[in-house]
Write a protein that binds this ligand. Sequence first.
Ligand SMILES: C[S@@+](CC[C@H](N)C(=O)[O-])C[C@H]1O[C@@H](n2cnc3c(N)ncnc32)[C@H](O)[C@@H]1O
Length: 352
Amino acid sequence: MGARHGPGALHHWAFVLPGIVPRRPAPGNACGSGLATVWEHRRVLQSQLCSHASLTSPEILAWSARLRPMWDPDGTDDRQVMLHRKMWEWLFIARALEERGMLRAGRRGLGFGVGREPLVAAFAASGCTIVATDLDPERAREAGWTDTGAEYAGGLDGLNTHGLCPPEEFTSRVRFRHVDMTRLPADLGEFDFTWSSCAFEHLGSLEAGADFVVEQMRHVLPGGVAVHTTECNVSSDTETVESGGTVLYRRRDIEDLARRLQAMGYRIDYDLSEGNSPVDQHVDVPPFSDIHLRTALGQFVTTSVALIIERPARRRGALGRLGRQGRLGRQGRLGRQGRLGRQGRLGRQGRQ
Ligand SMILES: C[S@@+](CC[C@H](N)C(=O)[O-])C[C@H]1O[C@@H](n2cnc3c(N)ncnc32)[C@H](O)[C@@H]1O
């Protein structure tokens, strides 16, 4: 495995792993009584920091097994999962999308800064149609992303090297496009889901990364979801790396971004608690060990954070349904005649 960060690299990542604590349904309810299909579609994961508990939860381990050809190509590794935050990011993204019903035939996904990550092939194997994107080769070379050969593909070659998807299905379901995350093209289209792993901290500044997260929501369909991972500074909520090749989001930056998204009508629930096991507390520094959920970047300790942002489905409100049934009558007409206007105008003017 190569360096986690190319340009402005603050560290290299040895391949190890981290985790989530899905809230199990209480015994006796529908899920707890063993209805696996119900459990599958329960939205359990919320935005959170990488933790050992998360990484070793059954749902995340199931994805580790699915991706094993990538991290254990010889089939000789007796671990269930690598204790590495980068692995957690991939597994978490996959599980968060799966439990929201996104990884199935007919769903359309858009990946940003995909590098050589295994998710493109894994999602295509689930039946999804994928547009995988990354910087164009010249920009990637200038920025140093092509140096290791391990993190940049720049095309379809290199995105299914572990055979996670049958080749003919991969070819028919995956399209590649060069996209700069700081300038999303207007014709990118709309998707059921979007994702990025370890990418938006590389856009030059905290602000640029946050703007990307907000902007890319325009490409998520109503009822869809975006899952993005990035760096979280867990050693300071005041000082951090605000600009450069790799920036570090403080908790307060994540909370600001969440509030911004919520104000736009998107749903993001989060719990930024840290894990407290010895594996969580270990800060890995070169030469890296097999436990790499946290590392030191410059003077700061960092781990990964995953954001799950949902775009609410368009809902047929009660008034809309009544109207369609012809039962709205007076109230509907009043509304259309502007006699409900006072409330609406006040609302729009922000006086309520
Ligand atoms: C650390 S690598 C992560 C690659 C991959 N997502 C993974 O998890 O292995 C960062 C990726 O972000 C991409 N990237 C950096 N700046 C970008 C930008 N402005 N627009 C699009 N992609 C960018 C790089 O080309 C690279 O593929």
